[in-house]
Design a protein around this ligand. Structure first.
Ligand SMILES: Nc1ncnc2c1ncn2[C@@H]1O[C@H](COP(=O)(O)OP(=O)(O)OP(=O)(O)O)[C@@H](O)[C@H]1O
Length: 231
């Protein structure tokens, strides 16, 4: 589904991603983990097209999307929920969701029922402004907005950051459901290991701009945690 081959990325003179490889099989739920500053968000932004790569390839569904615009990648099925959510605070919940409809390219003007089914709170609050929602509700809105595009791959950057535990649980359940019931492939960055273990089936440990270890989530043992994640 997603095959990243030997990509390099720089911010000015700073070399951030180093010949990075990653393979995410279709139907899986992969979690990128690693200490602060190792390049997790940068990698997600390279996949969505928000940041250019210097060399290497990003293959999505068999197509090389390395040079495609963010809009085109979204149209071909890459959905993105950014860190910090980035919803529009002055627009209503419904307007936030409708904005994404325009990017679908199929002319539909109806928000898919699935979004309100997954997140009933968005239905209840659809006429409220995005900025009036709690952090957890805004995260649900950000996920709903990505789902409006009917993605095949859903990318989430720290979806539980700054969110109260009961909403974290709901978000975890929705991600699992999207993956297991609806067959969505998922790639997320997550710092909270218990959440990562519950939601994901694969892990990718990043260190200094590379994927240094990967495997099934059950293989994420104490040695790896000590070596790559302890601070
Ligand atoms: N816009 C930018 N300009 C210059 N350097 C940047 C920029 N954004 C990030 N960096 C640097 O790139 C490196 C990787 O950052 P990135 O945000 O990808 O790491 P991360 O693993 O997601 O970290 P965190 O867990 O703290 O979010 C860091 O050293 C960071 O300081």
């Amino acid at each position: 589904m997603l095959n990243i081959q030997s990509i390099n990325q720089y911010y000015g003179q700073s070399h951030i991603l180093w010949d990075l490889d990653l393979e995410l099989p279709e139907g899986s739920c992969g979690c990128l983990i690693g200490r602060n500053g190792v390049g997790k968000t940068t990698l997600l932004k390279c996949v969505t097209g928000l940041l250019p790569i210097k060399d290497g390839q990003i293959i999505f569904n068999g197509k090389d999307v390395s040079k495609a615009s963010t809009e085109n990648r979204a149209r071909t099925g890459i959905g993105y929920v950014p860190q910090g959510r980035e919803i529009f605070p002055l627009l209503t919940v419904e307007e936030n969701l409708k904005i994404s409809l325009g990017a679908r390219g199929d002319g539909t003007s109806k928000i898919p029922d699935l979004i309100y089914e997954l997140f009933p709170v968005l239905q209840e609050m659809k006429h409220r402004r995005g900025g009036d929602l709690s952090g957890g509700q805004q995260q649900q809105l950000a996920i709903g907005r990505a789902l409006v595009l009917d993605p095949k791959l859903l990318i989430l950057d720290e979806p539980t950051e700054g969110i109260q535990p009961n909403v974290v649980r709901d978000i975890g359940n929705v991600i699992r459901r999207l993956n297991e019931e609806f067959g969505l492939t998922v790639l997320l960055v997550e710092q909270k290991l218990p959440f990562a273990r519950k939601v994901a089936d694969h892990f990718y440990i990043m260190e200094r701009g590379k994927v240094e270890a990967t495997g099934a989530m059950e293989e994420l043992n104490e040695d790896l945690v000590q070596r790559y994640l302890s601070v």
